[in-house]
Design a protein around this ligand. Structure first.
Ligand code: AHR
Length: 683
């Protein structure tokens, strides 16, 4: 039935009194007169973990891999020719290695080092790239370094994409820079540094960045990827992980103090994801910390998201370790100091120790950090005991900082319950819950309810309103049958999110699964954004997150559904929110800055469905802006590098009609099968 073709009066009758079949019409009522709970400004955000080459090889725009020769195999990522010697008394005490290029002795012979980048280097023809190197001539005098960007193993006559040179002089270490402009675009370039044929030259921290990074910063971020983050309008940004915070062992945990200060002197850490899954083994995956905590805070400021750093609680990954691997209770002080010092680094005055470092790095103003996560996916007494002294220390020194504890890796069950209980007892401000679950969980099917209990859009309806708030810190539909960011799974994520929105009084923030994945080097999926060296695509899940984040509203509006008749023809009582009846999920918010009512409806059913949404408290015909995410092809379709915009939300408009003597506004629509439609109506 086409509602569009009905007259307004016919529609009124249709919506209110006519004996319509339950199958044909779903009535929803939005109370636009009474504002519900405020929606937190942090409600929808982003989760960054250095997994899938998300930092080095991803968001961090450095193109040279192993630039300081600090990888356990010092020449990982490099080819060498001629006499190249590894030295270890360089100018940076935390990265002491460098290489000595011996003179070739003949102008037609060469000593050369060639870097492969991360799966090659993606360079664009006509754009500028900033080469930099620390160098010296140990015997004094001057020497020349020639730098080429090349297509390696090419069939072309000339391998060179672009070249430059630097003149090195004197025995002291100095930084030299030069610009290279490749003549053509190439996704897998290599960088060659040729030594002088007559003089020995020492070379350290060999670096190549696009000049056009995000905000044009020298130690900057890949522009397309950072812009994609900004475009979400995220409310919060959780970093730097994930399991990476814990480390496989304590030595390899993420230590923020190693990630700040001059970039040349940030010590290397292994990346646990290079070996965690042996089926996806990447022995060259390390953390240079070029993208460190200062850069994370700066990014948060740029994209206007509240920073949420997560720190080690003194527990190495509990999945991988027994009790003896953790810091003993009497060894926790340095961990607690790290936590307090981080708050000082972010917020402290410029004359404090850590506030001064922030200022020296170029940001005298505080970052105004409000949240701190302590521990990731930790559980049971080893966690609860260790968390206590952290909470006490933070409360004593920084009573306004909100503490985010965790309920562990499960979304339900004994350990999960125990985690919540402990977080309540310790008065954590928020509890970080994680759930990577199948389709049935997201749709809260009877089987899933039986197996998991609280799940899907209904999950938070029954949560206690006392105690800590919810932070859904990692979640995604891990679809059966090898689905990750496919249309179908993303749609179910949207259905689930209506439940978070409806329960905004208890859900203070939510961040999706990891942000980034390199198509040639991933370990985990789903992820929001995928890329290679030159291109990127936003997954369908990205668009779902964006639709919610850009339209989160300022207050919840009550939306009730009432299927007109049950099987026996008896009129149903309206239910608060949705239980997924006929596969429909919905939520509604008020946006005070624009004076708009925003309604989100997800139809997960295989058939188109008619909905009639009564806007109680609004009268007259009105213009309605819509944004629709739907797809005519297979539910298993996804966006790809080749077809990045295969499935994207489409803007549209429609009219709101009127019903009854009072001319109440009513929105009649036919929702396509498997679709997510968002409506905005000015009040
Ligand atoms: O994001 C991938 C991993 O999933 C995270 O490190 C961990 O927190 C979760 O188990």
């Amino acid at each position: 039935m086409k509602l569009k073709n009905l007259s307004i009066s016919a529609l009124c009758a249709f919506a209110l009194s006519a004996p319509i079949s339950a199958q044909a019409q779903h009535v929803m009522n939005v109370n636009t007169q009474k504002l519900g709970a405020p929606v937190s400004s942090t409600m929808y955000g982003l989760f960054f973990e250095d997994i899938n080459y998300a930092a080095d090889g991803g968001l961090y725009a450095e193109l040279v891999k192993n630039r300081s020769f600090e990888f356990p195999n010092a020449f990982t990522g490099w080819d060498i020719s001629g006499k190249v010697t590894l030295m270890n008394d360089g100018p940076f005490d935390k990265n002491p290695h460098y290489v000595r290029l011996a003179p070739s002795g003949h102008r037609d012979k060469h000593t050369m080092i060639e870097n492969h980048g991360f799966f090659g280097m993606g360079v664009k023809g006509g754009e500028e790239y900033r080469f930099s190197v620390w160098a010296r001539v140990p015997d004094g005098g001057s020497a020349k370094l020639w730098i080429d960007l090349v297509e390696n193993a090419t069939m072309r006559d000339d391998q060179k994409l672009g070249n430059t040179s630097v003149d090195v002089s004197g025995k002291e270490w100095k930084k030299y820079t030069a610009i290279i402009k490749p003549s053509r675009t190439f996704a897998k370039a290599h960088l060659r540094v040729w030594g002088d044929s007559k003089k020995t030259t020492d070379v350290e921290h060999v670096s190549l960045f696009p000049v056009k990074t995000y905000k044009e910063r020298e130690n900057g971020l890949r522009q397309d990827l950072a812009k994609a983050l900004e475009d979400v309008h995220p409310g919060v940004f959780r970093f730097p992980g994930g399991c990476i915070v814990e480390g496989t062992d304590l030595n390899t945990r993420y230590q923020w103090k190693n990630t700040v200060g001059p970039v040349e002197n940030r010590p290397l850490n292994e990346n646990r994801w290079h070996y965690t899954f042996t089926s996806r083994y990447f022995p060259d995956y390390f953390q240079t910390y070029g993208l460190g905590f200062f850069e994370f805070f700066q990014l948060c400021e740029d994209i206007k998201a509240e920073p949420l750093p997560v720190l080690s609680v003194g527990l190495a990954c509990q999945f991988q370790n027994g009790e003896d691997a953790h810091a003993a209770m009497d060894e926790l002080k340095p961990y607690i100091d790290d936590c307090l010092d981080l708050i000082e680094f972010a917020n402290g005055p410029v004359d404090s120790k850590w506030g001064k470092l922030r200022a020296d790095m170029g940001h005298p103003a505080p970052f105004n950090m409000k949240y701190i996560g302590i521990g990731n996916e930790q559980w049971d007494t080893p966690y609860f005991d260790r968390l206590k002294p952290f909470v006490a220390a933070v409360r004593a020194k920084y009573p306004n900082i909100k503490i985010v504890g965790t309920s562990g890796p499960d979304s339900e069950g004994k350990m999960f319950e125990k985690g919540w209980e402990a977080m309540r007892a310790q008065k954590a401000d928020l509890v970080d819950e994680h759930f990577y679950r199948p389709e049935s969980w997201f749709l809260a099917t009877p089987e899933a309810k039986e197996r998991y209990g609280n799940c899907g859009a209904l999950r938070y309806d029954s949560y206690s309103r006392k105690g800590p708030k919810v932070f859904a810190g990692e979640y995604a539909c891990h679809g059966r049958g090898k689905k990750w960011n496919h249309f179908e799974t993303s749609l179910y994520e949207a259905a689930f999110m209506t439940g978070m929105e409806r329960n905004a009084d208890i859900v203070e923030m939510a961040t999706y699964a990891p942000l980034f994945a390199h198509v040639e080097g991933w370990q985990w999926r789903p992820d929001m954004i995928w890329y290679d060296n030159l291109r990127m695509f936003k997954s369908v899940s990205y668009y779902v997150q964006q639709m919610f984040a850009q339209n989160k509203g300022s207050n919840v509006l009550t939306l009730t559904t009432a299927d007109p008749k049950d099987a026996k023809g008896k009129k149903q009582m309206p239910v608060a929110g949705q239980d997924g009846t006929d596969g429909l999920y919905a939520s509604s918010v008020w946006e005070s800055t624009t004076g708009e009512v925003i309604i989100k409806v997800i139809n997960t059913a295989d058939k188109a469905q008619a909905v009639s949404i009564n806007l109680n408290g609004m009268t007259g015909e009105r213009n309605v802006q819509t944004l629709t995410l739907s797809h005519k092809g297979s539910m298993d379709d996804e966006n790809t590098l080749e077809q990045p915009e295969k499935i994207v939300p489409k803007a549209g408009s429609m009219k709101c009609e009127t019903t009854g003597k009072k001319q109440q506004s009513v929105l009649n629509d036919q929702l396509p099968a498997k679709s997510f439609r968002l409506y905005k109506i000015k009040k």
